[in-house]
Design a protein around this ligand. Structure first.
Ligand code: GBH
Length: 478
């Protein structure tokens, strides 16, 4: 196995848990089978094929709905002990309402988690990875406060039925991506462009939904003894220059991205800089209330502290610079944050425009999350690299090796508690608006074959060795 430079040859702690991640809409297919309802992603891809770069859909995807036993075999061959996957809300409650309850959906996932346990693989279940029931979407989706209650109804069913086999829960995956890409840029479902106000309301409703599920678990299923949190994605924000202004801008960027979701959950309330900047700009626009919806005292209490660990998705670094105050006029999150972003020339680009390799960013961000939010335990629930289809994926191998090496530095040198890691992704899958043009899997999937044949890439061979030896290179010292 080739050695990248500066990779530590020390072992990960024996308690560290190696895993892989996927999401329902990206792998399952069987979009309308066995009573499943339509989700907003089903609608998004079917209503206008141009929403997706290659005009593809997740109708079949990796066909994991049928090939789940084969997926468990792959996990075993990878030597991983943790599998992060998501449940499709529309298999459990096809319309999002209780009266639409679908037993076949529950049975499917109960069988699946039982089989994972039998294979000695711990399930980490994400309740929501972007596939909102279309019925709820038409009633406002993440702009409508009542969606938080519907999410609670759904979460209760999943906790009750899967809870005996599941100890690690994630409520909502990357709420920020849903708000920015789904409700502001319109690149993802439901394709709305509400860049000044809907984007903030979407964050509020998702945080209420998360907190609702968290409290249901701890009030009604505490005897299951599991841990619940929300999955937040973040970049490592490096000031573009060593000027004080760029350092402050990097701080604003941090708060307008990670802090937007982490601050309410871990510390209480929106970050102060968001309250100030969005409030001031809203006032200057002549609005009577901030476009960032203020929390009531009860809501604040309800959301604060709703975590049992920190689930962090981390892929890239961003360089941040100060800019002149953007003109007042149209409400816009991207102007509210008042920063400029770019990528440094020394970082390695991937084929995804937003994703650059800067391995130190993993160590830097883990330290920041650890000291700022004091979460007790961190799982890195996604981290991965985009390529075209290629079995000889040396670039991915080096990316993972470099990021994991920096994670190990955070653990051994800095005392950050990282308990587990689920790489993105177990296998190539439907990459949202990019369709099948960008591959993140360590395992290749042949989307031209009806069998959706899975083949280990070089990175998967390396990862299976690493998961067995706790070592990023061929030989480690303890
Ligand atoms: C993850 O998000 C998702 O959870 C996962 O489903 C997905 O397959 C994986 O990434 C790979 O993309 O287009 O410049 O506006 C990672 C965080 C946040 C990264 C939104 C891309 C859009 C940047 N993503 N971001 S841009």
């Amino acid at each position: 196995i080739p050695k990248a430079t500066n990779i530590t040859n020390r072992k990960f702690p024996s308690t560290f848990i190696w895993g892989a991640a996927t999401a329902a809409y990206q792998i399952e297919g069987a979009w309308d089978e066995d009573g499943k309802g339509e989700s907003m992603w089903d609608r998004f891809v079917h209503s206008d094929p141009t929403h997706i770069d290659d005009r593809s859909t997740g109708d079949v995807a990796c066909d994991s709905y049928h090939k789940w036993q084969e997926d468990i075999e792959l996990l075993k061959q990878l030597n991983v002990k943790l599998y992060r996957f998501s449940v499709a809300w529309t298999r459990i409650l096809p319309t999002g309402y209780l009266e639409s309850f679908n037993q076949a959906g529950v049975d499917y996932y109960v069988n699946f988690v039982k089989a994972l346990r039998a294979a000695e693989i711990e399930p980490m279940v994400t309740l929501y990875h972007w596939d909102l029931p279309q019925t709820l979407s038409e009633q406002g989706g993440w702009l409508n406060d009542s969606t938080a209650d519907r999410f609670g109804d759904y979460a209760r069913i999943v906790f009750k039925n899967l809870g005996p086999y599941v100890k690690l829960w994630a409520t909502i995956n990357e709420p920020k991506t849903t708000c920015t890409q789904g409700y502001a840029s319109g690149e993802m479902a439901p394709g709305l462009k509400l860049v000044g106000d809907g984007i903030y309301q979407c964050a509020r409703v998702q945080l209420l939904a998360h907190a609702t599920a968290y409290h249901i678990y701890h009030d009604e299923f505490a005897d299951q003894g599991g841990n619940v949190t929300i999955v937040i994605d973040a970049t490592y924000n490096e000031p573009l220059t060593d000027s004080a202004a760029d350092a402050e801008a990097a701080e604003w960027e941090f708060e307008f991205n990670l802090g937007w979701y982490a601050n309410p959950v871990y510390l209480g309330d929106w970050p102060q800089i968001m309250i100030d900047r969005v409030g001031n700009r809203s006032k200057a626009e002549g609005l009577s209330q901030s476009r960032l919806p203020p929390w009531s005292k009860d809501e604040l209490e309800f959301v604060k502290g709703t975590f049992d660990y920190f689930a962090l998705n981390m892929y890239t670094a961003v360089a941040v610079n100060a800019i002149d105050e953007p003109p007042i006029g149209t409400g816009n999150y991207y102007l509210d944050k008042g920063t400029g972003t770019s990528y440094k020339p020394e970082w390695t680009p991937s084929i995804a425009g937003w994703l650059y390799s800067y391995p130190y960013g993993m160590r830097g961000l883990l330290n920041r999350v650890w000291s700022k939010y004091n979460p007790g335990s961190i799982y890195v629930t996604e981290n991965g690299w985009a390529t075209t289809e290629d079995l000889n994926d040396q670039g991915r191998l080096e990316y993972l090796q470099g990021y994991l090496s920096n994670m190990l530095d955070a653990i051994l040198e800095d005392g950050v508690v990282v308990d587990g890691y689920t790489t993105w992704s177990l296998m190539d899958n439907f990459e949202w608006a990019r369709g099948y043009t960008q591959r993140y899997g360590i395992i290749d999937v042949d989307f031209n074959s009806p069998n959706r044949t899975r083949t280990f890439k070089d990175s998967a061979k390396w990862y299976s060795q690493t998961a067995a030896t706790y070592c990023l290179v061929d030989t480690c010292v303890d």
